[in-house]
Design a protein around this ligand. Sequence first.
Ligand code: ZN
Length: 184
Amino acid sequence: MAIKKILKMGHPLLRQKAIELSAEEIRSPQTQELIQDLVDTMTSAEGIGIAAPQIGVGKQIAIVGFEKQNQRYPELATTPLQIIINPKIEILDPTHQGYWEGCLSVPGLRGYVERPQKIKVSFLDENQKEHRLELEGFLATVFQHEIDHLFGYLYVDKIKDIKKLSFIDEFVQFHSTSQSGSPP
Ligand code: ZN
């Protein structure tokens, strides 16, 4: 129930593998409070995803989604809020697709990242219910980006052509229409 400070690139906690939660831990009031903090912090920052290490907690919890029009990504449709605990990713189609990604821990920048275009992701939600989702397109990228945070990776690690790392103003001016069908 609080908006937390978001750690920025360079902070060592963003580079550590987060720890899986036990069933008991998922049920605990501390975890439920952490989930609410993540929701509050993501909403306040107008993100479409956030992971616990970004607010300094090394646990395998991430959130994806937004319910209303988002300023940072105005062209995206809404996606229901999904709590992701202890996730595992299986690649269903290794063909890479590229999108311009942004990150609350790397403010002011966008970078072009190619990732597998179709994945299956298995995880628990805040009620320990198991989910298995097959995802493709931009949502597959968003899940991979958030889950990477739980293993100490940032999107900048995966930019193949470093010339495709841009400040947002320059991205809008020079790159936003350069990749067909790619939301920023
Ligand atoms: Zn991020």
